[in-house]
Design a protein around this ligand. Structure first.
Ligand code: ADP
Length: 269
């Protein structure tokens, strides 16, 4: 009653997603999308059915990181409306096919996304309700950085099971991370955890550990906020290389960062 058909469809589809996980960050550039795609790839490697929704309309790059940015999006008529068929990434059969939908697929790369307000909300809801997601073990939603409206839209539409907040150990990042954690608390998301990315760098020449952005900040923040700490991911030159090739590091090479992502995922499932 009083619910529009799109919202109704989202409610129906949501029932088929076992765990809905948000990946957030207080600020941009901390590796939120990298964590989201590696979490997805690690889960798919473990045999789970995974969907990834890139809700970051202002800088969508998930499709690229999973190598499906050029995939054609087909649509199918269902009753009185059309539904998009999500492209899949399975990395030559290495993992259970990951279904991916991203604003990046719907908007040409050379055009800035200047949608605002109602348009963004509608687009986001369509990515949830007008896509043939099917049965999923994990629906992973990559949010824009910060604590803006898009997050509110999704959190008010579907029932999240968990929020993973990505931070670097740096002081300024931690401040914003605290805000993101608190937003999730206020939204009564049942499980909240922090992942620290770019925690340290192993010098390729001398093998020494360098704490580029300070040490232990993510864990301290998690303690202070009373949420779980899932682990540290080092800076990894291969992770950047893999990402540019459209392959998550966990499926590319067994580096320290890849190991860290697998451990974090196993801690989480
Ligand atoms: P965000 O989603 O927070 O804006 P991204 O995931 O896009 O951040 O990461 C920003 C950049 O940093 C990307 O070029 C990515 O490949 C790189 N990056 C992220 N995490 C790591 C890491 N652990 N080691 C090396 N490069 C990383």
């Amino acid at each position: 009653l009083g619910v529009d058909p799109l919202t109704q469809r989202i409610k129906e589809k949501e029932k088929k997603w076992k765990y809905k996980i948000a990946v957030l960050s207080g600020k941009g550039g901390v590796g939120k999308s990298t964590v989201a795609v590696n979490l997805a790839a690690a889960l798919a490697k473990l045999g789970y059915f995974v969907g990834v929704l890139d809700a970051d309309v202002h800088g969508p790059n998930i499709a690229k990181m999973l190598g499906v940015e050029k995939a054609e999006i087909l649509a199918e008529k269902v009753d009185d409306h059309f539904e998009m068929i999500p492209p899949t990434a399975d990395f030559m059969g290495q993992v259970t096919p990951i279904k991916v939908m991203s604003m990046g697929m719907m908007v040409p790369e050379d055009q800035p996304i200047i949608w605002r307000g109602a348009l963004v909300t509608k687009a986001l809801k369509q990515l949830l309700g007008d896509v043939k997601w099917g049965e999923l073990d994990f629906m992973i939603i990559d949010f824009p950085p910060g604590t803006g409206d898009q997050i509110l839209t999704v959190v008010q539409t579907i029932q999240l099971d968990a929020a993973i907040v990505v931070t670097t150990p740096q002081e300024v990042a931690l401040l914003d991370t605290g805000k993101a954690v608190n937003m999730m608390k206020q939204m009564e998301v049942p499980y909240i955890a922090v992942v620290e990315n770019m925690s340290y760098l192993i010098c390729p020449h001398c093998g020494n550990k360098i704490d580029l952005f300070g040490e232990g900040g993510g864990e301290k923040l998690a303690q202070k906020e009373g949420v779980d700490f899932l682990g540290k991911v080092p800076i990894d030159l291969k992770a950047r290389e893999a990402s540019d090739l459209g392959i998550p590091i966990v499926l590319y090479e067994d580096t320290l960062a890849a190991k860290a992502f697998m451990e974090i995922t196993q801690r989480f499932v």
